[in-house]
Write a protein that binds this ligand. Structure first.
Ligand SMILES: Nc1ncnc2c1ncn2[C@@H]1O[C@H](COP(=O)(O)OP(=O)(O)OP(=O)(O)O)[C@@H](O)[C@H]1O
Length: 264
């Protein structure tokens, strides 16, 4: 089966700072691929290159074999790349269902005029979109909050709504940027279960950037370790955990920063 994403020979620098310095990896169908590394290693930059926020100076990004390097973020999203952010980005006054409906935006082919002129078709599309949203509400167990403004919901639930909005886009590839940051243990365990459900039930490929090592090692099929924009290792969780270069990259950060919490 062909790869969903090919990230090949990518280099990205900002005024001499090498954020990504020759990174290659592929993500297969249904694969949960994780990217880890110390602070400033280049993880978010990799997401920004995939989603079109940054254009790399070198290298290629292929989605399902199609070259999307340097395409604008809205076009990349329309091609099937959805993303959640480190900080929750939702419409706080809108309720859960309304926020999820916004994720259906790319699937709505009718505008206001069409809605008036072709009532039948517009209505059918609207019903189909609502049905899809309700499936996501069920999958992520959001039913009890479905009509509440998201700004009033607990943080862990807001993160789940953001995940739901990304899923509503029916992506080919889902980028998860620190999905359990700031969550308590129970919320983290819930999120881990939803991520596995998304892979196993919906068959969506995912890239996970996360500093919770327990979560990464439990969930990921493969892990890429980066440090200073350079790939250090790539393999199964067992392989990377046993790799001396990986241990050194993490311990090195602890030594220089003198801050165990700073090591990711
Ligand atoms: N827009 C930018 N302008 C200048 N430098 C940038 C920019 N974006 C990233 N960088 C630099 O590129 C390097 C990689 O940053 P990036 O945010 O990708 O790391 P990260 O691994 O996601 O870090 P963290 O774990 O702290 O989120 C850092 O040195 C950062 O300062």
């Amino acid at each position: 089966m062909s790869d969903v994403l090919t990230f090949s020979g990518v280099r990205l620098s900002f005024a001499g700072v090498k954020a990504i310095d020759g990174v290659d990896f592929t993500v297969g169908a249904d694969e949960l691929f994780a990217v880890i590394g110390p602070n400033g290693a280049g993880k978010t930059s990799i997401f920004n290159v995939i989603s079109g926020v940054y254009r790399p100076q070198e290298g290629r990004v292929l989605l399902g074999g199609v070259d999307i390097t340097g395409e604008r973020p809205d076009r990349v999203a329309r091609r099937g790349v959805a993303r959640t952010f480190q900080n929750v980005e939702l419409f706080r006054q809108l309720d859960v269902v309304e926020n999820l409906m916004l994720g259906r935006h790319h699937h709505m082919r009718y505008g206001t005029l069409a809605a008036i002129a072709w009532v039948g078709r517009a209505r059918r599309e609207e019903l189909a979109n609502r049905a899809r949203v309700e499936e996501i509400v069920d999958l992520l167990e959001l039913g009890r909050w479905r009509r509440q403004p998201v700004g009033l919901l607990p943080y862990g639930v807001q993160k789940r709504v953001e995940l739901g909005r990304a899923l509503a886009m029916e992506p080919k590839l889902l980028l998860l940027d620190e999905p359990v940051a700031g969550m308590n243990l129970e919320e983290t365990e819930d999120m881990a279960r939803y991520i596995l459900d998304i892979r196993d039930e919906l068959g969506i490929s995912m890239i996970l950037v996360e500093h919770d090592m327990g979560l990464v090692m439990d969930l990921a099929d493969r892990v890429l370790v980066v440090d200073f924009g350079v790939p250090v290792a790539c393999g199964t969780p067992q392989e990377v955990q046993a790799n001396p270069d990986v241990i050194r990259a993490y311990l090195g950060v602890r030594d220089t920063a003198a801050d165990p919490g700073g090591a990711r």
